[in-house]
Design a binder for this molecule. Structure first.
Ligand code: NAD
Length: 467
């Protein structure tokens, strides 16, 4: 018989999970706090659904194309819910939804094909690609729908089924997306589970899961990889970044300032591959600081549902506290706020868009991932010094180089130690490209055919031709 205390604890554990509106800081909805012991049944059903889902590629293609149409039809409801729980301007929510639909279409029509291997021997050797089984996906709160689709589109197209866990901060739009997509798919091909930890940890280490695909911070990524080691499931990790933008001596500051600003501040700076540090030639430093500060001061900050808002709130209280802490440490170390530098005096989790000058290079706002609306601008005197600083953190997600001589900019970009280097823009990805951080920014490859193969296993048939 359970004790009174354990009974109370288990009842408390099943209280729904509240969802807050970051523009007000108030609860407006709730979702089930599913318990880890519910996962056995969920994963078993995903495994059962896999038995037929894996067999018919043509049926999968049409189901996923229908799912893409369904996502677009549900766009208005999805966008307003996403903005309400995440905080981003409505236009950015619509962009996430468009991307999710485009990704479904892209992967629905991608064929892994089969490949012949020839090595001179009289053997016919062919690689065929096979699905691997139920996949677990765990995603963060900054791009809930876009990142969910980056997981389920390639996994389902490959013939796997999926159990996906959104962040407890943003479960609502993902649940709705799951039910919209499920109207086009057989039962249990895609299941969304919601709840507090240790739900994600138990999902990542579940014995019937064959691939764990995770997006989030590096410390959680390590824990996920350790958990997945129990069943030797494949692991894909898309982790944090601290992307540097290097401005070259011939950069046209006024021409690039808008693009550079939004590469840092879109989604309130909560983008893994946002520009998180700017390195400017010493002679241009104050001009760059002023140009960016002007944009920071004039950007319209407000609730994502307000039509004129360009920048919403930070998503949650813990993240806001992190942004405040990093900014305070930089200011204590002598940094100068050319714009912002403080929380806004209004309800919700609003922080003024902040441009920091005179930041010591060892300050955490430079060396760590601040993941918020704060941008340090650092001067450099030699290009080698700038490249070394750009490469000088544990991260290796992206980076960019800005200048008018494109060949020179490309040569500098070639020296960046990261997965994607942009020239005169930043944080733009094609669905067809590989997306893979190096160092502590990730493991495995997402995007394009590589993302599809990441959800398949090679099955090789050798046939002796001389028998
Ligand atoms: P997080 O690591 O705290 O959480 C990510 C997800 O993991 C959430 O769903 C969370 O509930 C879950 N989780 C927490 N503990 C877990 C555990 N022990 N086992 C399994 N799951 C667990 O990250 P966050 O704060 O939600 O997101 C911000 C981070 O995500 C930033 O570092 C950002 O750079 C990164 N990110 C990376 C990419 C990329 O593609 N590289 C994209 C977006 C965000």
């Amino acid at each position: 018989m359970p004790t009174l205390q354990s009974d109370r604890a288990s009842r408390a554990g099943r209280e729904p999970l509240p969802v807050l509106d970051p523009a007000t800081g108030e609860v407006f909805e709730e979702v089930p706090d599913q318990q880890p012991d519910e996962l056995d049944a969920v994963v078993d059903r995903a495994h059962e659904a896999w038995r037929s889902w894996r067999t018919d590629p043509a049926a999968r293609t049409s189901a996923l194309l229908r799912a893409a149409d369904a996502v677009e039809t549900a766009g208005d409801g999805l966008a307003s819910l996403l903005t309400r729980e995440q905080g981003k301007p409505l236009s950015e929510s619509y962009a996430e939804i468009a991307r999710a639909a485009a990704r479904l279409r892209y992967f629905a029509e991608l064929d892994p094909g089969s490949q012949l291997i020839t090595d001179g021997r009289p053997v016919h050797s062919e690689i065929r690609w096979r699905p691997i089984g139920p996949v677990a996906a765990i995603v963060p709160w900054n791009f809930p729908l876009q990142l969910a689709s980056a997981k389920f589109a390639p996994a389902l197209a490959a013939g796997n089924t999926m159990v996906l866990k959104p962040s407890p901060f943003t479960p609502l739009a993902t649940r709705l997306l799951g039910s919209v997509i499920s109207t086009a798919l057989p039962k249990d091909v895609l299941t969304i589970v919601t709840g507090r930890e240790p739900l994600g940890a138990r999902l990542a280490s579940h014995r019937r899961i064959r691939h764990v695909t995770f997006t989030g911070s590096a410390p959680t990524g390590r824990a996920v990889a350790e958990g997945a080691a129990a069943s030797l499931a494949r692991v894909t990790l898309e982790l944090g970044g601290n992307d540097a933008a290097i401005l070259l001596d011939d950069v046209d500051v006024e021409r690039v300032a808008d693009r550079l600003f939004w590469a840092a501040f879109r989604n309130c700076g909560q983008v893994c591959m946002a520009v998180k540090r700017v390195y400017a030639p010493a002679r241009l430093h104050s001009q760059v600081v002023e140009a960016l500060a002007h944009r920071a001061k004039t950007a319209v900050v407000g609730p994502g549902l307000a039509p004129d808002s360009e920048l919403g709130p930070v998503n949650n209280a813990a993240q806001l506290a992190r942004v405040e802490r990093y900014t305070a440490l930089a200011l204590a170390d002598g940094a100068r706020p050319a714009a912002g530098g403080h929380r806004l005096d209004r309800p919700g989790y609003f922080f003024a868009p902040t441009i920091l000058a005179d930041v010591p290079p060892h300050s955490p706002v430079v060396t760590e991932e601040q993941f918020g609306p704060v941008l340090p601008v650092l001067p450099y005197t030699s290009l080698d010094e700038a490249v070394e600083a750009a490469n000088g953190t544990g991260f290796g997600l992206g980076g960019s180089v800005w200048g008018t001589d494109l060949d020179h900019a490309a040569a500098v970009a070639d020296r960046l130690e990261c997965g994607t280097a942009w020239i005169n823009h930043h944080a733009e990805l094609s669905l067809a490209q590989p997306f893979a951080g190096t160092k502590e920014s990730g493991l495995g490859i997402a995007g394009g055919p590589w993302g599809l193969y990441g959800n398949l296993r090679p099955f090789v048939v050798h046939r002796a031709e001389d028998a």
